[in-house]
Design a protein around this ligand. Structure first.
Ligand SMILES: [Zn+2]
Length: 117
């Protein structure tokens, strides 16, 4: 399979979709709740949000495979920033997305019988 076809099928299988800042914060509070800044020791962080829509976490995409002649693809991350010293820490988008899919908020699940008319 050609590289472009491979990339295209990867994109279709694993599309990058929006993760809200609240969802990212929920992931962090369950998976990394005792976070302390590695640089200054502060426990005060905030999510870095999308400039176009502040309710969404910003998605960073770093090119990978650039040492070769052809670009291979991107790794997608979400990030938090220390409120004290500004250190930025990235979490792999796929890990966050996977965890959110495995741990939906109960109240947001549709189809409860209170609606069944
Ligand atoms: Zn810090």
């Amino acid at each position: 399979m050609e590289k472009e076809d491979r990339l295209e099928s990867l994109r279709k299988r694993n599309p990058i979709t929006t993760i809200t800042a609240d969802e990212f914060a929920r992931f962090l509070s369950c998976k990394a709740s005792d976070t302390k800044c590695e640089s200054c020791g502060s426990a005060s962080f905030r999510t870095i949000n999308d400039l176009a829509d502040e309710t969404n976490a910003a998605i960073f995409q770093s090119p990978v495979g650039m040492h070769t002649e052809e670009r291979i693809g991107f790794i997608s991350t979400l990030a938090i920033m220390c409120e004290n010293c500004g250190l930025i820490r990235h979490h792999a988008y796929r890990k966050v997305q996977h965890w959110l899919n495995e741990h939906p908020i109960e109240s947001s699940i549709q189809g409860s019988d209170t609606d069944g008319r």
